[in-house]
Design a protein around this ligand. Structure first.
Ligand code: NI
Length: 141
């Protein structure tokens, strides 16, 4: 065990106390240990490729751009193993919005998202990685 001194401003300290009350923590050190672990795990997911994660890929595209709808379908079918569900919205006469929910290794999700976003005619592409976090321990009640 090492003792680490942390300085928090009043607002953050109050937020931490609220968080602890909500989750049933009675010990600041325990709460900070769990939050530190969770934060580091998220950092690993953000940078690491071999971490299992869910991904939400959102993008708009113009289905009138030559062959784009077919190419996008091909890109998704090539990685059907990552696909959970897709929501398609017809925005107006030409434009579509798609939200693809993906599951797999973070690196594979980033790769697929990059392929989709790089297609000509795809706009506002964005991938949100959601780590499949298993809690380290159950908070005390
Ligand atoms: Ni459409």
């Amino acid at each position: 065990m090492q003792r680490v001194t942390v300085t928090l401003d009043d607002e953050l300290a109050a937020e931490l106390d609220r968080f602890m009350a909500e989750r049933g923590y009675d010990n600041r050190s325990e709460a900070l240990r769990d939050l530190t672990r969770a934060g580091m795990r998220e950092a690993v997911v953000a940078s690491g490729d071999a971490v299992r994660a869910l991904g939400v890929l959102i993008y708009a595209y113009d289905h009138e751009v030559r062959d784009l709808a077919r190419r996008l379908a091909g890109t998704h079918h090539a990685r059907a193993d990552l696909s959970v569900a897709t929501l398609h919205v017809h925005l107006d006469h030409d434009r579509c919005l798609e939200v693809a929910v993906l599951s797999g290794e973070a690196g594979d999700l980033r790769h697929l998202a990059a392929d989709v976003i790089a297609e000509r005619g795809v706009r506002h592409g964005q991938l949100v990685i959601v780590p499949e976090v298993v809690p380290e321990r159950t908070p005390r009640r």
